[in-house]
Design a protein around this ligand. Structure first.
Ligand code: ADP
Ligand code: MG
Length: 698
């Protein structure tokens, strides 16, 4: 691949502001940009002109079709392609695309999850153009980002509530800014940068294992002789094949205007990470989904498979998605930037207080936003945050908050620069705080990093929760302060009250430790260890109150989503259980049985050749494997029975809990015996590549 200049290719496939400026009449361009910048309703009369310009531009770039691109509640994106083609009689056709087609689509919605919102016979669904996300060209089609709703107007996607939550935080944050005398800011947006972790393995290994193939993660596998204990992979040299993959990935993403910036090896062998430069939330979500899609798509070009599952290999670090979140004004000011003297920066402290309050009050919702069957395997595993939500602020902020709570004077004694003791190496400015890698929600200087989200998850819900919960804090603060006689005094009181009330959510120690679990319980923090336990709380009264207060989700929409959470958990566990059953009887048992037969033959042959030959070794292995084989069949049968009972469960909630409480244990039991057999079986006789084969290959 030749080297192209980044500026030449960056966003070349995006209907970007530059393209709009170039191709739209001035007034139409202004109107569209105004909608994008302020979130104000689009003037429908410009749709025809915009559609025409989009079509011409798309055709010039090789597109023949357009598609309304949306994000149903499946966790992945959906698209249906229509050609621009319109017959005009006489056997001729022209390329057409109207404003109506741009604004509204009518995909048959019956096959998307609706959580009981819609019976399959009521198939109609609508997609509506989201002018705040850029259209782009991919694989010969013009992609129009859209929101997706049912015939009755309920959102059936992740995008709609996200846009609503952005609106909520804008409205309430502006009230806070006005209180501090800011009259210039017109819009406040939440900004997000999602760091994406993933694994790359050889495609042949991927195809050779049904568990990877069907479930994206291994369900069997004895621990390899060498794991990640030498810490030699993290930030290590990129293997050539991976390097080529990353290079092509970067280029493809750049063309779509995705600012892929950082890439490196992660902690586990075969694990890597990509981080983009942050952007507005809706765009960050679109871009993260596209990034995952391209990772999967490009890997096979290098005969590799990309694993996005949270825990592809037991005992090896899993993958997450660090959701970096902040809020910024349209003037480009990051509202979480502390400035030189954060202790005197009341606005900054108030915004911090709002986040702390939001995270404490809606711990359960944040936990739910990162809850999935896949992430259950990762959270709490001494490599990823525990299931308990807490906030790490760092030394300086901790001390400022302490002083606000007890009314003492804060003084900063931290040396700002440090010397490395080598004369010609310049002294470097030290950050005001060290990092805490174990915290699920850490302040990292000018943004918060939510580290709980799983690598395969859509980050929309995490940001919906953050935006709405923080909007809620802002609203309560503004209600109190707008009428205050003495604004400064009222702010001080509010800060002290808020920090005191929500101090319990702050934790600077080791979040992986057992002591923390105990302490968190004493502090009254929630600790939902599994997804179903967390899901139950989605429709708690306070949570319905939060989302309906800001019109982010209606109660009906929330109930349907809760149903879908359980439904997808149940389906994933069902597929995993069935995959294990299939692998056991069709691959593993036949292979081990055959190997036992081979050993037995060899024993007989040896005895025939040498009278009184010592075959104790073979006989011992035969005995041990036969014993394990019979245990395997018992465990298989137990799982089969449990799976049958699970299928018989009527409700989604009941079924999900049955999988978690009963089926999961049977899966683990089956795995234990099979893994023991793996260790005793000859390499060539084992029917699939092992952990050691897979993770060190590339
Ligand atoms: P770190 O080393 O703390 O992970 P980086 O600077 O590498 O920090 O940033 C990690 C991610 O955070 C990147 O995707 C980056 O774009 C994003 N990020 C940085 N600033 C912000 C911000 N103000 N809002 C949202 N995300 C941000
Ligand atoms: Mg980071």
């Amino acid at each position: 691949m030749e080297n192209k200049r980044i500026p030449d290719i960056f966003a070349c496939r995006v209907f970007s502001e530059d393209v709009m400026r170039e191709r739209l009449p001035k007034d139409v361009y202004k109107s569209l940009i105004n909608t994008m910048a302020t979130g104000k309703e689009i003037d429908a009369s410009i749709a025809d002109v915009v559609a025409g310009a989009m079509k011409d531009w798309a055709i010039e770039h090789g597109a023949t079709h357009y598609t309304h691109w949306f994000q149903p509640l499946t966790g992945v994106t959906a698209e249906k392609h229509d050609a621009f083609l319109t017959p005009v009689g006489g056997g001729k056709a022209i390329m057409e695309f109207s404003g109506k087609e741009l604004i509204k689509g009518e995909p048959d919605a019956s096959s998307f999850p609706s959580g009981g919102l819609r019976a399959t016979f009521e198939a109609r669904g609508y997609t509506a153009w989201d002018p705040a996300s850029y259209a782009f060209i991919k694989d010969g089609s013009l992609y129009i980002p859209t929101a997706f709703c049912s015939y009755t107007g309920e959102a059936l996607d992740t995008k709609t509530p996200l846009l609503r939550s952005m609106d909520a935080i804008n409205t309430e944050a502006l009230r806070i800014l006005r209180l501090f005398g800011d009259t210039a800011t017109k819009r406040v947006t939440s900004t997000v940068g999602a760091e994406q972790e993933y694994f790359l393995i050889d495609e042949a290994d991927y195809v050779a294992r049904r568990d990877l193939f069907y479930c994206g993660r291994t369900l069997f596998g004895a621990p390899p002789v060498k794991g990640q204990e030498l810490d030699d992979h993290y930030f290590g040299v990129l293997p050539p094949r991976v390097n080529l993959f990353m290079k092509e990935l970067d280029e493809e993403l750049w063309k779509l205007g995705i600012s892929a910036k950082t890439k490196h090896n992660e902690a586990a062998p075969s694990q890597h990470e990509l981080a983009p430069i942050f952007s507005t939330t809706n765009i960050a979500v679109d871009h993260n989904l596209l990034t995952m899609e391209y990772m999967k798509k490009i890997a096979p070009r290098y005969k590799m498979a990309c694993l996005l599952a949270e825990k592809p290999f037991v005992g090896i670090n899993g993958s997450g998605k660090h959701n970096n979140w902040s809020i910024a004004t349209d003037g480009g000011v990051n509202l979480l930037k502390p400035g030189k003297t954060p202790c005197e920066n009341k606005q900054f402290l108030l915004i911090h207080a709002a986040v702390i309050k939001a995270v404490d009050e809606y711990q359960d919702l944040l936990r739910i936003s990162a809850a999935s069957a896949g992430n259950d395997c990762r959270l709490g595993g001494d490599e990823a945050p525990p299931a308990i939500i807490s906030i790490f602020l760092g030394d300086e902020l901790d001390r400022i908050i302490e002083s606000i709570i007890d009314g003492s004077v804060y003084s900063n004694k931290d040396p700002k620069y440090m010397s490395l003791g080598v004369p010609y190496v310049p002294s470097i400015r030290r950050d005001t705080t060290d990092r805490n890698r174990t915290s699920p929600f850490a302040f990292t200087g000018n943004k918060f990093e939510f580290r709980m989200v799983g690598s395969s998850q859509n980050i929309a819900l995490a940001n919906i929760v953050l935006n709405t919960a923080v909007a809620n804090s802002f609203r309560e603060f503004a209600d109190k302060l707008e009428g205050a006689e003495d604004f400064d005094a009222a702010t001080d009181t509010l800060l002290a009250e808020t920090f005191k009330a929500h101090k319990r959510i702050l934790f600077a120690g080791n979040s992986y430790s057992e002591e923390w679990e105990k302490e968190a319980r004493e502090r009254g923090l929630s600790n939902f260890k599994t997804a179903p336990e967390a899901y139950e709380h989605f429709t708690d009264e306070k949570n319905i109150a939060l989302f309906t207060r800001f019109g982010v989700m209606s109660e009906t929409e929330m109930r349907s989503r809760r149903e879908i959470f359980f439904e997808s958990y149940r389906k994933i566990k069902n597929i995993e259980a069935r995959t294990m059953l299939e692998m056991t009887v069709r691959d593993i048992i036949p292979a081990v049985s055959k190997y036992i037969g081979k050993l037995s033959e060899s024993v007989n042959a040896t005895r025939a050749a040498i009278k009184n030959a010592n075959v104790a070794c073979e006989v011992d292995i035969i005995e041990r494997l036969s014993e394990l084989l019979s245990k395997t069949y018992d465990a298989y049968s137990a799982l089969e029975r449990a799976e049958k009972s699970a299928i018989a469960k009527r409700g989604e909630v009941e079924a999900a809990f049955f999988y978690k409480d009963t089926v999961e244990a049977k899966m683990q039991a089956l795995r234990r015996v099979v893994d023991e057999m793996e260790i005793l079986t000859a390499r060539e006789a084992w029917p699939m590549p092992t952990y050691g084969d897979i993770i060190f290959k590339i």
